[in-house]
Design a protein around this ligand. Structure first.
Ligand code: UD1
Length: 441
């Protein structure tokens, strides 16, 4: 993870500063070939936190080399754990005594750090976590995390932007009904409930595959969980958990992004080591737009049409269309032969990147949670800025189709979720490179 020190020297001895890098794409190449998917970011981050529940040595395989994993490593180290990476393997030593704190500079960089609340409360009855605040996707409150943990006996106070949580007598199992199937709230409650006193039932729980994988991991550690992957999860608290070894499920968002890369270039891309069943809705929409999809149990391939057709969709919790695939799909539909209507139901500000696509010639109107995309015949390359992980990927995908050169700035956002995005697209035949910002001027 040395690559993710903000400033340093690369393998060739050259200095770099990843916060100042950009990706330069020359569009027009059809992508061809195959790409294998790594472990799911949104599973890895939560399971790194889950390890705090048991002192000892944990080993994780298939961990992607992405910035968010490095950031979560820093959160764990702040809490007292030691993380060491060896390729895609991660060993974490969790001590008996934890420092139950996640400071603002770390939580700001990665909101997922908020899931340390549940395990820290479960382990030591106290937690001090900076309140994350909003981000590029909207306000993103954590009221459901707090309400649920409160029902389990935790008390919260907000002091100088820090959430101070205490459960002196330990967390106690109870019935919790979530207003909305929040992924993070479901995970935080699950992580608190596994060591709680008695039985906890979470109703209207999120059903994402990453939650199921978290439950599999926790059960390997000795937890008693039933119903993960359904709307009702029941957890019977146990006295203690043990360290374990785990291999992550494939990242459906990485798989879906390379699928759109094939589709938008009219190419042919095979995605390997993934679970196509976790992308059912997204693959259905790609088919509706004119792609030919073939699939096996752990692979699928996409043949893109010369020009995609228009498609309407609405983002929804799993098994609906994933909000984290919305920007990539919008890039594809921006060059479709008709008009598409998209409804974003998860985040209140997820179309902010549309302005960057419009600089490339896309015709998009956004109104509150809706976007109307009138397909244009061609996009043209220009400088754009990656505002977040998926929107950053979407701009690179659009650039693969655009005429001429596109320069995507702020690419550290893309590093948060994609290992070697540039190298993997190059291996599929794309013409792009990464350089220090301004190197081409
Ligand atoms: C996780 C994923 C993120 C994905 C999202 C939805 C990680 C690290 N991130 O985010 O990539 O886009 O699931 O699939 O796994 N909400 C509240 N109150 C709460 C909790 C959530 O109002 O207490 C709202 C959020 O503001 C958001 C919506 O519910 O509008 C969904 O949030 P949630 O499912 O919790 O997403 P995250 O866990 O933050």
């Amino acid at each position: 993870m040395g690559r993710f020190e903000p400033v340093g020297r690369n393998e060739r001895g050259q200095t770099y500063n990843w916060q100042m890098e950009e990706i330069v794409v020359t569009g027009g190449r059809q992508l061809k070939g195959s790409v294998a998917v790594l472990g799911a970011k949104n599973a890895v981050l939560k399971q790194m936190v889950a390890m705090l529940l048991a002192p000892g040595t944990h080993l994780l395989h298939n961990v992607p080399g992405i910035l968010d994993v490095a950031l979560m490593g820093r959160v764990l180290e702040h809490i007292g754990a030691t993380c060491s990476f060896d390729g895609h393997a991660l060993t974490v030593e969790v001590p008996d005594q934890l420092r139950p704190e996640a400071p603002l500079d770390l939580v700001r960089q990665m909101r997922a750090s908020i899931v340390v609340l549940g395990p820290l409360l479960a382990r030591g009855g106290v937690a001090r976590v900076a309140l994350p605040g909003g981000d590029d996707l909207g306000a993103r409150p954590i009221d459901m995390h707090i309400d649920g943990l409160r029902k389990m006996g935790a008390q919260f106070e907000l002091e100088h932007g820090m959430l101070i949580a205490g459960a002196p007598g330990g967390l106690v199992g109870t019935e919790i009904g979530l207003e909305f199937p929040s992924v993070g709230a479901t995970e935080n409650l699950l992580l608190g409930a596994v060591l709680a006193n008695g039985e906890t039932t979470v109703h209207n729980a999120a059903r994402e595959p990453e939650i199921e994988d978290l439950a599999v991991f926790l059960v390997k550690m000795g937890a008693r969980i039933q119903g993960a992957g359904t709307s009702t999860i029941t957890v019977e608290g146990v006295e203690a958990l043990q360290p374990t070894t785990h291999e992550f499920l494939a990242d459906r968002l990485e798989a879906g992004t390379y699928a759109v890369a094939g589709a938008i270039t009219g190419g042919e891309v095979r995605i390997e080591r993934c679970i196509p069943d976790h992308l059912r809705m997204e693959l259905r929409k790609l088919t509706d737009s004119g792609c030919i999809i073939e699939r096996g149990d752990d692979w699928f391939s996409v043949i893109g049409p010369d020009r995609p057709g228009p498609v309407d969709f609405a983002t929804l919790p799993f098994p609906g269309f994933h909000t984290d695939m919305q920007p990539q799909m919008v890039a594809l539909l921006s060059v479709s032969s008709g008009t598409s209507v998209i409804t974003e139901n998860i985040y209140d500000a997820r179309f902010r990147y549309a302005g960057e696509l419009m600089r490339m010639g896309a015709d998009i109107t956004t109104e509150w949670q809706h976007a109307v995309i009138r397909g244009v015949e061609k996009l043209s390359g220009c400088p754009v800025i990656a505002p977040d992980i998926r929107a950053g990927a979407s701009l690179v995908l659009a650039a693969l189709r655009a005429e001429g050169e596109t320069v995507v700035g702020d690419v550290h956002h893309i590093d948060r979720g994609y290992e070697d995005f540039v190298g993997r697209l190059q291996s599929l035949g794309a013409q792009l490179e990464r350089r220090q910002a301004g190197a081409g001027t």
